[in-house]
Design a binder for this molecule. Sequence first.
Ligand code: PNS
Length: 178
Amino acid sequence: MHLGRPTETISLRSPILIKQLVIAIYPGSFDPITLGHLDIIERGAKLFDQVIVAVLCNPSKSPLFSVEKRINQIRESTPHLKNIEVDSFTGLTVEYAKSRQASVLLRGLRVLSDFEKELQMAHTNQTLWDGIETVFLATTKEYSFLSSSIVKEIAQFGGTIDHLVPENIARDIYTYYS
Ligand code: PNS
């Protein structure tokens, strides 16, 4: 057992078992959250005791929605998931993971071109802290083409995005571009 990790005591008659809770961080920009992200969150919630969806606060980018807005959007999209928390962070993901006692970084993999960048990030994070494991979930086939950038591009030119993002997000995006 790793010291310092959150635990849960389970009594299955006897003996008493101490179960180490597995907390996963799902970091990202989520500008905006898409149905592809939601799919990863829902599947992650089944695999881990807690999933913290962590919105990166990156001052060098100019996002469509503020960090506070994105946090609210993700909360509004996930009321059906009880073991989900939505938060924001600045700086290194592994430092945030440490501060939240998380042992897993959750990421989705869509297509081969994602793999190189994701593997580089996973390896980099491992060199920064060997207490973290990156777990990749293969994105559901129907969302393999989907990204926040694609959603923004379609919306910018007046296209329909209702099939790509949760309902509340579609409303926000239509309002933004109207
Ligand atoms: O949704 P995104 O933009 O693909 O998410 C990228 C993210 C936020 C996971 C990545 O940029 C990140 O972890 N940034 C924090 C800085 C950091 O920890 N860098 C070292 C790992 S490459």
